[in-house]
Ligand binder design. Structure first.
Ligand code: NAP
Length: 248
C-alpha cells in the first residue's frame, strides 16, 4: 500500500532528468502516471516500462508544453485514459542562456513559453475538475535561479521567478477547494541540463554550495513526492529549496 494509491499524476518532461525521477517516485508511492515528453520517445517508454514493473499504470504523451493545440490534445487524451488527474507536476523546462545584451527575442519568448506560460495554461486546463473533486496537488518545478538570479539567464530567471509568483497566487485562489499549490526550487542537479555547464563553472557552483556537491534528481523527486502526499495537507504556497544550502 502506498500513500498515493488510487491517485493519478500528470508529470511534464517525464522522459529525462528530474522529471524521470519524479515519475518513478510518485509511482513508488502508489500513483498511476501520465507522462509527458517532447522529443525523447524511447526514454519516455523506458520510464513507463519501469512503472509498469512496479504494478502501476503509465502512459506516455508527446507534446511541446508551449504549444496550446498540442496541450489541448494531450490533456483531452489523458482525461479519456485516466479520468480525473489528482496531481500535476509542471517539470518540463529549458534554458537558452546568453548575457541579456546578447539575448534575442526568440530566446526570451521560447524560455518564457515553456517554463512559465506552458505550466500556467496546463493548470488552467486541469484545475476545474480538481476543485470540484475537492482534493488536488499542483507542484511547480522552479529553480534557485528564480530566487537568486544568475548571470546569462535573464529569460530563465524571469520565467522561474514568475512561476514562484504564480504558485503563491494560485495557492491563495485554490486553498478553500482542497487543492494545494507548491513549488520545488532545485539548486544545481546532475542532469543533462547541467551537463551543458562548463566544468569550471560547476566548480564555482560547488564552492558556493555548503554541501560542496551537485544534487541528484532523486533528491528533488523525494520532495515532490512528499508535497503530493496526504502528509503535506497543510502546506500551500511554499517554495521548497533543494539546493545543498546554496540559497537560504
Ligand atoms: P533535462 O534533463 O534537460 O530534461 C528536461 C525534460 O523536460 C525532458 O524530459 C524534456 O523532454 C522535457 N521538455 C523540455 N522541453 C519541453 C517541452 N517544450 N515540452 C515538453 N517537455 C519538454 O532537465 P532537468 O535538469 O531534469 O530539469 C527539469 C526541471 O527542473 C526544469 O524545469 C528545470 O528548469 C528545473 N531545474 C533543473 C535544475 C538542474 O540543475 N538540473 C536546477 C533547477 C531547476 P524530451 O527529452 O522528451 O525533449
Amino acid at each position: 500500500m502506498g500513500v498515493l494509491d488510487g491517485k493519478v499524476s500528470f508529470v511534464t518532461g517525464g522522459s529525462r532528468g528530474i522529471g524521470r525521477a519524479i515519475c518513478l517516485a510518485l509511482a513508488e508511492a502508489g500513483s498511476d502516471i501520465a507522462l509527458n515528453y517532447s522529443t525523447s520517445r524511447e526514454a519516455a517508454e523506458e520510464v513507463a516500462a519501469l512503472i509498469h514493473k512496479m504494478g502501476r499504470k503509465a502512459l506516455i504523451y508527446q507534446a511541446n508544453v508551449s504549444n496550446p493545440d498540442e496541450d489541448d490534445t494531450m490533456v483531452a487524451q489523458i482525461v479519456k485514459d485516466f479520468g480525473l488527474v489528482h496531481i500535476v507536476v509542471n517539470n518540463a523546462g529549458i534554458t537558452r542562456d546568453k548575457s541579456f545584451v546578447k539575448m534575442d527575442r526568440p530566446m526570451w519568448h521560447e524560455v518564457l513559453n515553456v517554463n512559465l506560460t506552458g505550466p500556467a495554461m496546463i493548470i488552467h486546463r486541469l484545475i476545474k475538475p480538481m476543485m470540484e473533486h475537492g482534493w488536488g496537488r499542483i507542484i511547480n518545478i522552479t529553480s534557485i535561479v528564480g530566487q537568486m538570479g544568475n548571470f546569462g539567464q535573464a529569460n530563465y530567471a524571469a520565467a522561474k521567478g514568475g512561476l514562484i509568483a504564480l504558485t503563491k497566487t494560485l495557492a491563495r485562489e485554490f486553498a478553500k477547494k482542497g487543492v494545494t499549490v507548491n513549488a520545488v526550487a532545485p539548486g544545481f542537479i546532475e542532469t543533462d541540463m547541467t551537463a551543458e555547464v562548463p566544468p569550471a563553472s560547476l566548480d564555482i557552483v560547488k564552492q558556493m554550495t555548503p554541501m560542496g556537491r551537485l544534487g541528484k534528481p532523486e533528491e528533488v523527486a523525494a520532495t515532490v513526492a512528499f508535497l503530493a502526499s496526504p502528509q503535506a495537507s497543510f502546506i500551500t504556497g511554499e517554495i521548497i529549496g533543494v539546493n545543498g544550502g546554496m540559497y537560504m
